[in-house]
Design a protein around this ligand. Structure first.
Ligand SMILES: [Zn+2]
Length: 115
């Protein structure tokens, strides 16, 4: 079922960092930024829980340290790749707990933060 209108409907966005990958990539490799908290590798069920097909916009992050967009998106520390601007959905509570256990703070990706 090819998508209509050009959007790559086969991509899913990570709910934690908004990285876009295909479901197969998430299952095969996990998320390169947050696999330690998401633990998606090898589990399509987990991928479905931790990623979303509902997202807006795409940013190709080629020079993460240079891009003002990266700073605005708070992803300047993350890997280069394709990121969504906004992702709708919430990860499982255990993922939020895992982030906080590592001293991080889960930031929902479905709102544009105030500058
Ligand atoms: Zn991620």
């Amino acid at each position: 079922m090819p998508p209509k209108g050009g959007r790559q409907a086969n991509l899913r966005a990570c709910l934690i960092c908004s990285l876009l990958q295909t479901p197969k990539e998430f299952v095969d490799y996990g998320c390169p930024n947050c696999e330690d908290v998401c633990d998606m590798r090898g589990s399509m069920e987990r991928v479905v829980d931790c990623t979303s097909t509902i997202y807006d916009g795409m940013i190709a992050m080629m020079e993460p340290e240079e891009s003002w967009v990266a700073r605005w998106q708070r992803i300047n520390k993350k890997r280069r790749g394709l990121y969504a601007v906004r992702v709708t959905g919430r990860p499982p509570q255990d993922v939020v707990d895992a982030i906080e256990a590592r001293g991080g703070l889960y930031r929902p990706r479905d709102a544009v933060e105030e500058l």
